[in-house]
Ligand binder design. Structure first.
Ligand SMILES: Nc1ncnc2c1ncn2[C@@H]1O[C@H](COP(=O)(O)OP(=O)(O)OP(=O)(O)O)[C@@H](O)[C@H]1O
Ligand SMILES: [Mg+2]
Length: 282
C-alpha cells in the first residue's frame, strides 16, 4: 500500500481501472439504448409484412399465392429471429473475451440492425467483402466500434449519400482491414487531431433517432481497437467525405517468411476455405 501523500499508489490505479470498467459498462448500455429504438421500428416493419402476407394468403386460396405468402412470412420471421439474436448477443456480452471470429458475419449483422435507419436517411450502402482470415476479437466490442462508425457516417450525410463498407486482407501488414467510408461533410484539418478525444463532439445533441453527441464514441473505438492490438486510421476531406479503417490481427498469423520469388502465393492459414469469395452488394 502506498502511504504519505503519494497520489500514484495502487489505490488510485485500482480506482482508475474500476472507473474505466464502469465507463465501458455505461457505454455499452448507451449503445444498447440507442439500438432499442432502431430495433423496435424494425420489428414493427417485420410485423406489418407478416400481417399483410397472412391476409393475402387467407384472401386467395390458390396454391401459388399461398406458397408465396408462406415464403414471405417465413423470411420475415427469420429476419426477426436474426435481429433478436444480434441484440441479445450485445446485451449478454457474449463470451466477453477474444475468439477467432468471422468479420464478414459480424459486419452483416451490424448493417442489418441499421438497415432501416440507412434507408430512412437515404444512405445507400455498398458492400465490398473479400475473403479474409478470421480475426481474434471480442465480437461485442468490435460491433460497438462498428456501430459508432456507421452512425457517425450516417450523421455526416444528413441529406443522404453513399456508404462504402469494405473488408479486405492486407498481406504486407498481415492485418484484416475494415473500412467505413462516407461521402459526407468531412472533418476540417484543425479538428482531425481531436476527434479521438473523450467528449469531443461537434454535434449539438442526440439527433431525431436519439443518437450522437456525447463525444465518447471514437475515444471508445480507439481504446477497444488498441486493446485488440489493432489500429484505427482516419482519412478525411472537407466536402468529400471520411474513411475510417480498422486494422485487426488475424487469429492465425501468416507464415513468417514470404515465399521465394516466382513461387505461388500460399493462402493465409486462417482463411475459411468454405467461405464465398465475395458477397454481392444488396
Ligand atoms: N464520419 C464522420 N464524418 C464527419 N465527422 C465525423 C465523422 N466521424 C466523426 N466525426 C467527428 O468527430 C466527432 C467525434 O465523434 P464521436 O463518435 O467520438 O462523438 P459523437 O458522434 O459526436 O458522439 P457519440 O459519443 O454519441 O458517438 C464528431 O462529433 C464529428 O465532429
Ligand atoms: Mg459517434
Amino acid at each position: 500500500m502506498a502511504h504519505g501523500g503519494s497520489t500514484n499508489g495502487p489505490d488510485l490505479q485500482e480506482q482508475v481501472a474500476l472507473l474505466k470498467e464502469q465507463l465501458h459498462e455505461a457505454q455499452k448500455q448507451a449503445a444498447l439504448g440507442q439500438l432499442v429504438g432502431t430495433t423496435t421500428h424494425e420489428f414493427n416493419n417485420i410485423l406489418m409484412t407478416i400481417i399483410n402476407w397472412a391476409k393475402q394468403g387467407l384472401r386467395h386460396g390458390d396454391k401459388p399465392t399461398r406458397e408465396k405468402a408462406f415464403n414471405k412470412i417465413l423470411s420475415a420471421g427469420n429476419r426477426a429471429a436474426r435481429i433478436t439474436k444480434t441484440v441479445l448477443g450485445l446485451a449478454r456480452n457474449r463470451s466477453g473475451g477474444k475468439e477467432p471470429t468471422d468479420l464478414v458475419t459480424l459486419v452483416q449483422d451490424s448493417l442489418m440492425l441499421l438497415e432501416r435507419e440507412m434507408n430512412k436517411y437515404r444512405v445507400a450502402v455498398d458492400k465490398h467483402f473479400q475473403e479474409v482470415p478470421e480475426v481474434m476479437i471480442d465480437g461485442n466490442q468490435i460491433q460497438q466500434v462498428l456501430l459508432n462508425l456507421l452512425i457517425n457516417a450516417r450523421q455526416a450525410m444528413p441529406r443522404g449519400g453513399r456508404l462504402i463498407v469494405k473488408i479486405s486482407y492486407d498481406r504486407a501488414a498481415d492485418t484484416v482491414d475494415l473500412m467505413v467510408r462516407d461521402n459526407g461533410c468531412g472533418i476540417p484539418p484543425e479538428k482531425l487531431p481531436r476527434i479521438f478525444d473523450a467528449y469531443f463532439s461537434t454535434k449539438s445533441g442526440p439527433d431525431a433517432s436519439g443518437k450522437g453527441g456525447t463525444g465518447l464514441g471514437l475515444s471508445m473505438c480507439r481504446e477497444i481497437i488498441e486493446a485488440h492490438n489493432g489500429r484505427i486510421r482516419v482519412d478525411s476531406t472537407v466536402g468529400k467525405g471520411t474513411a475510417f479503417t480498422l486494422k485487426l490481427p488475424p487469429a492465425v498469423k501468416a507464415a513468417p517468411k514470404p515465399p521465394p520469388l516466382g513461387a505461388p502465393l500460399m493462402p493465409h492459414p486462417g482463411f475459411a476455405s468454405q467461405m464465398p469469395t465475395a458477397t454481392p452488394a444488396q
